[in-house]
Structure formats: C-alpha cells, structure tokens
Design a binder for this molecule. Structure first.
Ligand SMILES: O=C(O)C[C@@H](O)[C@H](O)C(=O)CO
Length: 272
C-alpha cells in the first residue's frame, strides 16, 4: 500500500505557481480522489484542462480569480488564515472543461478532484452557502464547514468539508469508517485529509485502522501534511495548546456519506 502520509513541498510549476501537494490515482492507489495544493503568488496563472475529473477549487487563504469559459469569479476568498474559522469561497468545474486561477496577492488553493462523466454547470460555492455545524460534547467538540456535503447538487461525486478541532479535542471520533459499498447500511467513500495546525509547529495524531488490523497506522501529522484514508476508521486527536484544521475530500461510487462507528467505541456517543 502507498504511504498514507504525505509531507508538503514547494515545486515551481510555472512563474509564481508552486505545487505543495499532489495526490493522484497513480501515486496513491486511490480510485476516486485526487488533490493538488497550490501556492500562487501575485501574477501567477494556473491553467488546467480537465479530462475525466471534476474539480472543486477551494480558496484556502488569500484571494483568487477563477475563470471557466464565460464564468469569471473575481477576487474570491475570505480569509488570510484558515484559523480565522470563517467559511471561504470555492468554485466547481465539471470534467472536460478548462479553467484558470490567477491571483493579485498570494493565495493557497486546494484543488479537490473526483472522476466524473457528467457535464454540470460551473458554479461559485460562496462562503455564505457553506453550512456550519457544531458537533460533539466533552473533548469531542469540532466545527464543520460543509462546502459540498452528500446532499449537494453542485457536484457529481465530490464531497468537500472543512473541520476545526480545538485544542485537546478529538474529531472523526468516535472512530468511524465508510469502506463498504452496501447502502443503506454503509457507503464506500475514499477520503483524504489536508491538515494545518495553529500554532504552525503543532502536530496531531491520526490513526487509520481496519477491524482485522491488517491496516493499522498511527501517524504524527504536521502542518501541511496530507493523510490518505483508502479504508478503515480514521480518528484524529489534537494535543493541548494547539488547534487543528483539516479539509476532507470524500468520493466513491455513490455520493452518500453513510458511516459505521467502531462498535468498541460507539458508547462515547451515548454520554449525556
Ligand atoms: O469529526 C467530524 O465530524 C468530521 C469527520 O466526520 C470527517 O469529516 C470524516 O471523517 C468524514 O468521514
């Protein structure tokens, strides 16, 4: 199995356009998800012709202009740091189209991809369209920004959410999985985590494991790391003194998030 944890790097793709992460079907063994993290400095232009992938371009920080055909979303993006904990703007472009991203100041863009054959409208997913959820009690509290949840009609296969986990809390917890294509009981969705920490030097732990423990990896995850979850349970714990952020991409044969909690730990949910 390919390495589940990926460190960020800085590779210049073209003038003022830098790639910091790249997960492809070829380099990950995944079938339904790809991602690319870009830092685009002032004046940089990133252009991509999509073949069999749909994309959701999330303006993580800074401001960017995203253009596809007649559509131009000018100077979008809402925050200088993800830890401002406010939703941001994103743009959806379906497979087969060509789009450009340009910036006037530095911006970081996470490109979230899934294979698709549908021709769907290019759309802005404005920050104000994100639904914000507070989940959990005790040390299991987290806040979720749904950019595109499984009810979204914008995408074909893509689900994209941001999760903020405050210092000393756990998220994606109690551990759950979604690796069986067996609806309505459970859905099969691959998942990726793009992580950041505040302050930057922090780390969180993420475990990815299956019932039979044929997969059981516990990773110390640092700022900018990506964790790939091809299957299994995937809880995250955030140490005291640091806040955690991650962006999840999920995709599979059916756009439905129907998860199954680890029965050993499900009791966590019945506390009052
Ligand atoms: O802790 C949460 O509620 C977020 C997770 O559910 C995360 O989005 C995930 O693991 C999805 O499968």
């Amino acid at each position: 199995m390919a390495e589940l944890k990926r460190k960020q790097y800085n590779k210049e793709l073209s003038k003022n356009v830098f790639e910091n992460q790249l997960v492809t079907r070829e380099n990950s063994g995944l079938s339904y998800i790809e991602l690319r993290l870009l830092t685009i400095e002032s004046g940089g232009v990133y252009e991509e012709s999509l073949t069999d992938l749909e994309v959701c371009a999330v303006v993580l920080t800074g401001k960017a202009t995203i253009t596809e055909g007649q559509h131009c979303f000018n100077n979008i993006g809402t925050r200088d740091d993800v830890f401002e904990k406010i939703p941001t703007d994103s743009v959806y472009v379906s497979a087969g189209k060509t789009y450009q991203v340009t910036t006037e100041t530095e911006a970081r863009i996470l490109l979230c991809y899934a294979p698709s054959t549908l021709d769907l409208p290019t759309q802005l997913i404005a920050a104000a369209d994100n639904t914000v959820e507070k989940r959990g009690i005790y040390q299991n509290k987290r806040m979720v920004h749904n950019i595109m949840d499984d009810q979204s009609t914008v995408s074909d296969k893509l689900i994209v959410v941001e999760v903020f986990t405050d210092s000393g809390n756990w998220s994606s917890y109690p551990p759950h999985k979604h690796d069986q294509d067996n609806l309505p009981v459970e859905s099969f969705l691959e998942e990726t985590y793009y992580h950041e920490m505040n302050p930057r030097q922090g780390f969180v732990f993420q475990r990815v494991y299956t019932d039979d423990r044929s997969l059981d990896e516990t990773m110390a995850v640092e700022n900018g790391d990506v964790v790939i979850v091809p299957k299994g349970y995937h809880p995250v714990s955030v140490p005291d003194g640091y806040d955690g952020y991650y962006l999840n991409i999920m995709a599979g044969p059916t756009k439905k998030w129907k998860f199954h909690n680890d029965p050993d730990h499900e009791w966590i949910l019945s506390r009052t």
